[in-house]
Design a protein around this ligand. Structure first.
Ligand code: HDD
Length: 672
């Protein structure tokens, strides 16, 4: 099999299968002599190496992926005939998460949109849901995609800055192109810096059309709801993590899957009537800069995605997977959203360069699990050995095979729709509202989330050198919300322009990600600081309690090795040299730990405190917190006497709340 060929047999061989006696020395005329041209092994080894890289994706170059399954609840069967959404179906999937702007080797935790691309290998062919972790987009028409990406990518002269929007060309573009405003608000919110891939929502963004067995149609917006809840990093943490561990998100996902803690998301549908004008409650469903608030159209859960298997080979799977918005199955259709229409062209086209020709569907990761019987032939990298002589229709020689399929045979027959109109390059009038939903988004959030948006705008515009860019973006913000504009202006030391933001927007509390009740903690990391004198038996008890709820406990000690006390043992996972607070969702100081007076310990605890994470300690460990300058009466600081049920439960609940936001005013840098 092509996928395993390189690994078969006992001996190292050439690509031709010839066994090799030596791969460390080139063939030379004497030990100090010139290398001989006849060394076919040297030439093959270097030639292959020279061509190991393929072009990275023009966007979404940085990504990580996992295999899994999608289990249908059957609750969508009335609205779509898509087989994988029928009751009782389980479908294999491959999901690739990504950032948009950075190069393949860039950091995971930068402020950016995250890609959320799902390939369902259904029995009726592959269905790709190529979404993002934000439900809206910067542009309403795909013809502008090169513009927004050119503006957001590094400046062409020096190729800086990498993987971020905090520079002049991005803000020059979006301040002049106000349909981007709603998406910009999302990007500047906590959604731009997710804690983990498992704590992101996903969105199909566009409105799609579902068709059921009777041919009735329903418009739909796809949502992925993370079982772990929606949580983010704080900005300082994201910046630190970009340096401390650029692989933060991919490591988090791979480690959790290895530890047996899968990532889980539920697929949700917002079902909307397929009316003549394709609007809902006044919202244009063909405008990808608009959402339909969940309060107006509830998200109905129709199945569960479980990602539980890491790829075997990054290049063969994660790099070579090719998603395409046009990979559709019967029962799911596209709409006339002009952003989506352009995407239908781009995704197939881009693979021709990236994957070197038209046969990329034969790569194992892209191969449908459904039977393939096409008349496509030859081309670069053809790996199939087609039989027969009639790759054309009609043919008589092979009795006109393969046959075409009617809808009853499972053929992809689109629902008939009238289409008419004069040729024109223009937007519908309804696309002209650029601000009202940006206002709704901002005002629907909690004060702490709004503070993060203010800080993000102040940071990003503070990185712009051109004064007119900053001023023009302030004018945009003045149309969104006066308070937002004034606070950002104050941080930049500029006057706040007066705009006319909408006053009567109906809020959507579902947009906030701050929780009042503790959520699941599976996949979270808790660091326990200990040394040779610590209560190691207490650590064992705590480990059991946190592992029971799917979290991981890591021991942090002054130096590596194994801590021993009596019959207890604890392997050190991190030292004060290798640990940084950003890796942990909570830090705990074990009882009887001696304060080391090490500044790295103080920084570790102070950072976690600043980032509003849970901090706990038992016994004498409390003294370590105090020595690090932590006020143990602060919200989210949990001192205890020993590790008992209550201590563990309180800690897990604090992690489940994600952050002690009540501490935010006290410790986080003020945005202005
Ligand atoms: Fe795109 C990749 C998501 C608009 C053109 N896009 C790409 C990926 C995701 C998205 C998740 C990475 C897929 C992977 O992991 O391989 N893109 C979106 C969303 C959009 C969007 C949610 C708006 C709603 N994209 C968009 C437009 C165009 C493209 C308007 C062009 C007209 N996108 C591409 C592309 C990429 C891509 C150039 C680069 C690599 C690839 O396709 O395979 O074709």
């Amino acid at each position: 099999m092509a996928g395993t060929r390189a690994q078969s047999g006992e001996f190292l061989t050439t690509a031709q299968g010839v066994r090799l006696p030596d791969t460390d020395h080139s063939l030379k005329a004497g030990a100090r002599g010139p290398t001989l041209m006849e060394d076919f092994h040297l030439r093959e080894k270097i030639t292959h190496f020279d061509h190991e890289r393929i072009p990275e994706r023009v966007v979404h170059a940085r990504g990580a992926a996992a295999h899994g399954t999608f289990q249908s609840y059957g609750t969508a069967a009335a609205v779509t005939r898509a087989g994988f959404l029928a009751a009782g179906r389980t479908t294999p999937v491959f999901v690739r998460f990504s950032t948009v702007l950075g190069s393949r080797g860039s950091a995971d935790t930068v402020r950016d949109v995250r890609g959320f691309a799902v390939k369902f290998y259904t029995a009726e062919g592959n269905f790709d849901l190529v979404g993002n972790n934000m439900p809206v987009f910067f542009i309403q028409d795909g013809i502008k995609f090169p513009d927004v990406i050119h503006a957001a990518k590094p400046h062409p002269d020096r190729e800086i800055p990498q993987a971020q929007t905090a520079h002049d060309t991005f803000w020059d573009f979006v301040s002049r192109h106000t349909e981007a405003t709603h998406h910009v608000l999302w990007a500047m919110s906590d959604r731009g810096i997710p804690r983990s891939y498992r704590t992101m929502e996903g969105f199909g963004v566009h409105t799609f059309r579902l068709v059921n067995a009777e041919g009735a149609t329903t418009l739909v917006k796809f949502h992925w709801k993370p079982v772990a809840g929606v949580h983010s990093l704080v900005w300082e943490e994201a910046q630190l993590a970009a340096g401390v561990d650029p692989d933060f998100h991919r490591r988090d996902m791979a480690d959790a899957i290895t530890a047996g803690v899968p990532l889980e998301f539920e697929l949700g549908l917002q079902l909307l009537p397929d009316t003549e004008d394709q609007t809902f409650e006044g919202i244009d469903l063909l405008d990808p800069t608009k959402i339909v608030p969940e309060e107006l159209a509830p998200v109905r859960l129709v199945g569960k995605l479980t990602l539980d298997r890491n790829p075997t080979n990054y290049f063969a799977e994660t790099e070579q997977v090719a998603f395409h918005t046009g990979n559709l199955v019967p029962g799911i259709e596209v709409t006339d959203d002009p952003l989506m229409q352009a995407r239908l062209f781009s995704y197939l086209d881009t693979q021709l360069t990236r994957l070197g020709g038209p046969n990329f569907t034969q790569l194992p990761i892209n191969c449908p699990h459904a039977a393939v019987n096409d008349n496509l032939r030859d081309g670069m990298h053809q790996t199939a050995i087609h039989t027969g002589i009639t790759p054309y229709r009609p043919n008589g020689i092979d009795e006109n095979r393969p046959a075409t399929a009617s809808a009853d045979d499972g053929g992809y027959v689109p629902a008939p729709r009238e289409v008419s109109g004069a040729k024109t390059r223009e937007n519908p009038v309804s696309f002209g509202d650029h601000f009202s939903q940006a206002t709704m988004f901002y005002r629907s959030l909690t004060p702490v989330e709004r503070g993060h948006i203010v800080a993000a705008f102040t940071f990003e515009l503070g990185k712009c050198l051109a004064p007119d860019v900053r001023e023009r973006e302030l004018a945009v913000l003045s149309e969104v919300d006066a308070e937002l504009c004034e606070q950002v202006a104050a941080g930049l030391g500029l006057a706040a322009p007066k705009g006319t933001p909408a006053e009567d927007v109906v809020l959507s509390p579902a947009l906030s990600q701050v929780v009042a009740e503790p959520g699941p903690v599976a996949g979270r990391k808790i660091g326990v600081i200990a040394d040779a004198g610590s209560d190691l038996a207490g650590i064992t008890k705590l480990r059991k309690a946190v592992e029971r709820v799917g979290a991981t406990l890591l021991v942090i000690a002054p130096v590596g090795g194994v801590l021993r006390k009596g019959r207890s043992r604890q392997t050190v996972d991190r030292t004060l040299l290798t640990a940084r607070s950003v890796e942990f969702d909570a830090l705990v100081v074990a009882g009887a730990t001696t304060p080391t007076g090490d500044i790295r310990l103080t920084v570790l605890l102070q950072e976690a405190f600043r980032h509003c994470k849970a901090l706990a300690a038992w016994g004498d460990g409390v003294k370590v917190l105090v020595a690090a300058g932590i006020d143990v009466d602060s919200p989210g600081v949990l001192p205890g006497d020993e590790v008992d049920k209550n201590f563990a439960e309180v800690l897990v609940a604090a992690v489940g709340l994600h952050r002690a936001w009540e501490r935010a005013d006290l410790v986080m840098a003020s945005p202005v």
